[in-house]
Design a protein around this ligand. Structure first.
Ligand code: SF4
Length: 258
């Protein structure tokens, strides 16, 4: 059944992306098959199916570090990229460098068309304060869409336990916004399981995690949290607003740059 689904996928995926369609039934079967699978099995399936047209996107959080390790340990040679908003922490860039050296890889830097200065000239200073959705749109959502425009599958570190918004994440999904198959190999992993693996494998991670930052994004929109209070893995992002997602995973939360 798996080979049949793969063949069907390849049939519809070639030669271009515009006519890509997948039956809900095929996706359901794959998700049933992979619900209890090892993430490495899922990554190997993705590589067999999509080859180098499958890419991993990471913000260098714990899940992303673990996925990079799994890819490299199993010779799954696919492009790895990150969205550089030009507003990331120094420690994030340092972790990128450490991972590139450790695994002998080049991680692709995907950047917005607008520099920070151009953005300020067009929309005013510190757009993230006035309209964070618009800022995320120009610095994350649009660059991602452009980057994925010639790709077929996008691997992410999305996990259901990260937040309320993410509880429905599937292991294999059709991502309408970017017209790619989205693969979330760690969808059913807990944060504890990811961190236990990071420590067990002695993998590098962003030191800000040890300073109260559960989730690390852009400097202006990332805060440490009070460890004595209950929080989820996404707490500390866009504090003081009702925003919980930048829009790359859940475009319905935010569709355009207005
Ligand atoms: S996280 Fe904040 S600074 Fe980064 S792109 Fe979104 S609104 Fe802008």
């Amino acid at each position: 059944m798996q080979d049949e689904i793969r063949k069907n996928m390849l049939d519809v995926l070639e030669p271009g992306k515009t006519e890509v369609k997948f039956s809900e039934n095929e996706l359901d079967q794959l998700n049933q098959q992979f619900e209890n699978a090892d993430p490495i099995e899922i990554l190997l399936w993705g590589f067999e199916t999509f080859g180098g047209e499958m890419v991993l996107g990471t913000g260098f959080g714990s899940s992303g570090v673990l996925l990079i390790h799994f890819l490299r340990e199993h010779n799954i040679d696919i492009p790895i990229f990150y969205l550089d908003t030009n507003l990331l922490f120094d420690s994030t860039y340092e972790l990128r460098d450490i991972l590139e050296a450790r695994y002998n890889i080049d991680i692709t830097r995907v950047t917005p068309e607008l520099s920070l200065q151009e953005q300020a000239e067009r929309f005013g200073d510190e757009l993230w304060k006035k309209n964070p959705n618009q800022c995320c749109f120009y610095r994350k959502v649009l660059p991602l869409k452009n980057y994925l425009s010639d790709k077929k599958a996008w691997v992410t570190g999305l996990r259901r336990s990260q937040s309320e918004t993410r509880t429905q994440a599937r292991i294999i999904e059709w991502n309408e916004e970017n017209e790619v198959i989205k693969i979330n190999p760690l969808a059913n992993w807990s944060g504890k399981k990811v961190w236990d693996s990071i420590h067990h494998l002695d993998l590098p991670y962003n030191p800000l995690h040890d300073e109260g930052y559960p989730s690390i994004g852009c400097i202006p929109c990332t805060q440490p949290v009070d460890a004595s209070k209950e929080s989820d893995d996404r707490n500390g992002r866009w504090n003081g607003t009702d925003k919980t997602e930048c829009g790359i995973h859940f475009p319905d939360h935010y569709k355009n740059g207005s």
